[in-house]
Design a protein around this ligand. Structure first.
Ligand SMILES: [Mn+2]
Length: 419
């Protein structure tokens, strides 16, 4: 009898072992309307639906979303409904989802809540400063919402707490939405040495390109954004595709499988010499005329010897109906096209600001400036003034004690409704 029970346990364990895998995605930015085009907003929804279907096909046990689920902290009803539909589809398949808020969907004002909280009643397991840990069977899942660099001290102390808790579990996952210096050239909140090294898997969000690195007891992964959010992501898209990862935590090291999702629309970038403009236009026309969805065309025309307005009209007349958007760039004859291209145009205003700040050599002020830039460029004036007063309290006020203890966002106002 005892042998029988023992056998059953073994069989159960093996069975459980075979199915313990999860999907990890991030940066879906639902509600983002690229170039102000409704078609692009819909593309992001379509990709999200494809991701959900693919996750169900992959037969995972649970899903982790590492932040920037929505483009803003106040998503439109369509963005909310798109997520709700996906969440319910997963629920129907018996797959729960764990999620943190990213810098886009977090509200950095005391007492406010990220949109993820709306879905708790539908089963979404929100990882927050108030509820930072969960157990999924015997897997310990810990995480935090996005912390701005100005709250680096609080972030590091919370990471230390989670790391201590993880020591009591055999398998553990850390979920964060942060930039790390090793993978993110500028404006990061953490250095790689700040990250506790005793987790098996680091489910990261924030960086829109795909990163899969050895770290801690296992691996650190940024699945990247699910759609092309910025054109500078195109080279990475060609290299790694867009999508998510499926992680198998059964062995001593996690096994990562990259799952690519086909983009609904193509981005086409072409450099053309003015002398062959006509034939190039014809070949583009031929290439895109049967596309399901009109592509976005980036055309760089070198050695231009004519009025750019006239050329633009020609391009528009020939390709306007076949492309969703045409982004032309003209380089006049004799002008070095490399001079004003890639390097400088690839630098975001934020990166330029960081470069300018370097000469002041004051880390705290630089961090404040970049955080303020991030908030003010999104019209988050209230949060910006909150940040300034926190900064003032931390650095100049005589009462400094509780400044660091404040979470960067309020999350749930009450802890009564915990899962
Ligand atoms: Mn993002």
């Amino acid at each position: 009898m005892l042998v029988k029970v023992f056998k059953l346990v073994i069989i159960h364990k093996i069975k459980e072992g075979n199915i313990m895998k999860f999907a990890h995605l991030a940066d879906t930015h639902l509600g983002y309307r690229q170039y102000g085009l409704i078609e692009r907003e819909k593309d992001f929804y379509e990709v999200f639906e494809r991701v959900i279907d693919k996750i169900i096909e992959e037969n995972v046990d649970f899903v982790i979303h590492s932040g920037d689920l929505f483009e803003t902290s106040r998503p439109s009803p369509i963005a909310l409904l798109t997520f709700q539909k996906g969440l319910l589809k997963l629920k129907g398949a018996g797959i729960p989802m764990y999620a943190i808020a990213g810098n886009h969907d977090a509200v950095m004002r005391k007492g406010s809540i990220p949109p993820q909280v709306i879905f708790k009643k539908l089963g979404l397991k929100v990882i927050s400063t108030i509820n930072p840990t969960y157990m999924h069977d015997d897997i310990f899942i810990a995480g935090l919402p996005f912390f701005p660099a100005s709250h680096g001290k609080a972030l590091k102390s919370k990471l230390a707490e989670l790391s201590e808790k993880a020591t009591h579990h055999e398998k553990s996952i850390l979920v964060l939405h942060q930039g790390i210096d090793k993978y993110f050239g500028y404006n990061y909140e953490l250095e790689i040495g700040d990250i506790p090294d005793n987790f098996d898997y680091y489910a990261m969000g924030h960086i829109h390109k795909y990163v899969n690195d050895k770290f801690g007891k296992g691996r650190l992964v940024y699945p990247g954004s699910s759609e092309i959010w910025k054109t500078s992501e195109i080279p990475d898209y060609h290299e790694n595709g867009k999508g998510f990862v499926v992680v198998d935590l059964d062995g001593s090291k996690p096994i990562i499988k990259r799952v690519k999702i086909e983009m609904p629309r193509q981005f086409i970038k072409k450099t053309i010499d003015y002398s062959s403009l006509e034939s190039e236009i014809l070949s583009i026309k031929e290439a895109i005329k049967d596309f399901d969805k009109k592509p976005i065309l980036s055309l760089e025309i070198n050695n231009v010897e004519s009025d750019t307005k006239v050329i633009y009209e020609i391009i528009n007349e020939e390709l306007g109906d076949l492309a969703l958007m045409i982004r032309p760039k003209f380089n006049l004859a004799g002008q070095d096209p490399i001079l004003d291209d890639e390097s400088s145009s690839d630098m975001s205003p934020e990166a330029l600001l960081v470069k300018q700040l370097e000469k002041y050599d004051n880390t705290d002020v630089n961090i404040l400036a970049t955080d303020l830039y991030g908030l003010l460029s999104k019209d988050k004036t209230e949060e910006a003034s909150e940040l300034i007063s926190q900064f003032y309290n931390e650095h100049y006020s005589t009462v400094t004690e509780d400044a660091d203890e404040e979470p960067p966002e309020g999350d749930e106002q009450t802890t009564l409704e915990e899962d």
